[in-house]
Design a protein around this ligand. Sequence first.
Ligand SMILES: C[S@@+](CC[C@H](N)C(=O)[O-])C[C@H]1O[C@@H](n2cnc3c(N)ncnc32)[C@H](O)[C@@H]1O
Length: 207
Amino acid sequence: MRRPLFIARQSGLPRGPLGRLIAAIMVRETASTNRQAIAALEIRPGDSALDIGCGSGLSVELLLRLVPKGRVTGADPSPVMAARAKARNYRAIASGLAEIATAPVEHLPFPDASFDAVMSVHTLYFWADLDIALREIVRVLRPGGRLVLACRTPANPAAAASFPAEIYTLRGLSEIEEALRDAGLQITASTADEPGGEPALIRAHKP
Ligand SMILES: C[S@@+](CC[C@H](N)C(=O)[O-])C[C@H]1O[C@@H](n2cnc3c(N)ncnc32)[C@H](O)[C@@H]1O
């Protein structure tokens, strides 16, 4: 069933009281994919990790358990989401182990080569320009750094039917892979979007 436009808009950029409600629902819906993306990142104890479009910050909390000697950063352009992610991870933030930035993928407020591992789950639909976004990700990745993206694709008829095209840009696996290569990344694994199952998951590495 097609998602109503006002809900779709909120999923793309949660705002106000309805945004907070959608955020609470979303974190449950996306938890298993976040766990899969984190597993695919093959995190090491000293890694510096970034989740782009971190939403409510569950990913930040899960990543923190894997990097006792590292650091975790979340970034999300929605002030509602950034506030939730901060509240969820306030202890780690207070002790300097985590940071949440209110920022979109196109303008990441971090120096070059800041991260060993970058992930982004269910946000690619909302990136205005895939090439600009990937250039920015490559900039903040260290040489040897890993990237994991997870998203629905047009190959999944249920996603194509339920995500309004006015808000969601569904990109095919081959389009995403080509953009990753053009950005200078090497693809190390990818799995297709499974109708009724997990979304597509693409793992790449910066040489
Ligand atoms: C469907 S939610 C997914 C949130 C989280 N990654 C998860 O798995 O629960 C989409 C998120 O992408 C964020 N977003 C929208 N546009 C973005 C952009 N240009 N760059 C980064 N994140 C963006 C939204 O604010 C929202 O938190």
